[in-house]
Design a protein around this ligand. Structure first.
Ligand SMILES: Cc1ncc(COP(=O)(O)O)c(C=O)c1O
Length: 235
């Protein structure tokens, strides 16, 4: 969101459910925006183990979203850094694999280490040059050293086995978290049970102020990362 805000994008949200982005609501939103003559630059979606819901889109839904987007047409940005992080090794086809008009975004951050800040894109030819120029404009070049490290890992290292180990580890951590939620969460709180990736979405009862809860958590040493703690920033 912060990146989109920095580019002065006007972001229109589409509802998600327990299986991620909902195609019917997507279609309605696109039609509504078209009826207002508002141009749509692209649809941004995280199909696998979504940040922050932890949801996994079934194949049928991915296909339907590609269909809806192609019909209008709207470009899809498929941000898929958690794709290979299913706890049981399960994964899903990239939307890009079935639709050449999808811009696929991957990241070494979630596979190796976040500090590298190296990612990659698979984009339609018509966009590739523009994307390179856009990425070079603010930073000249992403770190050549970090890119070499990632290239070395991919070429010379058995990174698939390492990912297998990470997946098992992440699965154990997630199970620990779920066990703790089961034991300690009060009545009225619900949460998603992720099958991969890093995220679970907690829904609080209507009368609980999440801001106050965050502040209490910070006082007790919890790390809170959010772009919506406006009250804190204004204080
Ligand atoms: C969906 C998604 N895309 C991209 C990123 C950022 O990845 P990178 O570290 O490669 O910038 C994150 C980080 O949390 C993320 O959740």
């Amino acid at each position: 969101m912060a990146v989109f805000a920095g580019a002065q994008a006007e972001v229109v949200h589409v509802a998600i459910d327990h299986e991620g982005l909902t195609p019917d609501e997507l279609e309605e939103t696109i039609e509504e925006l078209e009826s207002q003559d508002r141009g749509i630059k692209f649809l941004y979606t995280i199909p696998s183990f979504q940040n922050a819901g932890g949801t996994m889109m079934p194949q049928q839904r991915r296909d339907r979203i590609c269909e809806v987007s192609a019909a209008h047409p709207v470009l899809i940005a498929e941000d898929n850094p958690y794709r290979l992080l299913g706890f049981e090794g399960q994964t899903a086809r990239a939307m890009r694999a079935d639709d050449e008009n999808v811009v696929y975004l991957g990241s070494a951050s979630k596979m190796f280490t976040p500090g590298l800040r190296v990612g990659w894109t698979v984009a339609p030819d018509s966009l590739a040059t523009i994307l390179c120029l856009q990425s070079e404009a603010p930073v000249l070049s992403p770190s050549a050293f970090a890119q070499e490290v990632v290239a070395g890992c991919l070429e010379k290292y058995d990174w698939r086995s390492v990912l297998d180990e990470y997946r098992v580890l992440y699965g154990k951590w997630a199970q620990t978290l779920m066990d703790a939620f089961d034991e300690h969460m009060p009545d009225g709180v619900t949460w998603t049970r992720p099958e991969g990736g890093f995220y679970s979405w907690i829904t609080l009862p209507q009368d609980v102020d999440s801001y106050d809860l965050c502040m209490e958590g910070i006082d007790k040493g919890a790390e809170i990362f959010t772009t919506t703690l406006k009250k804190a920033m204004n204080a």
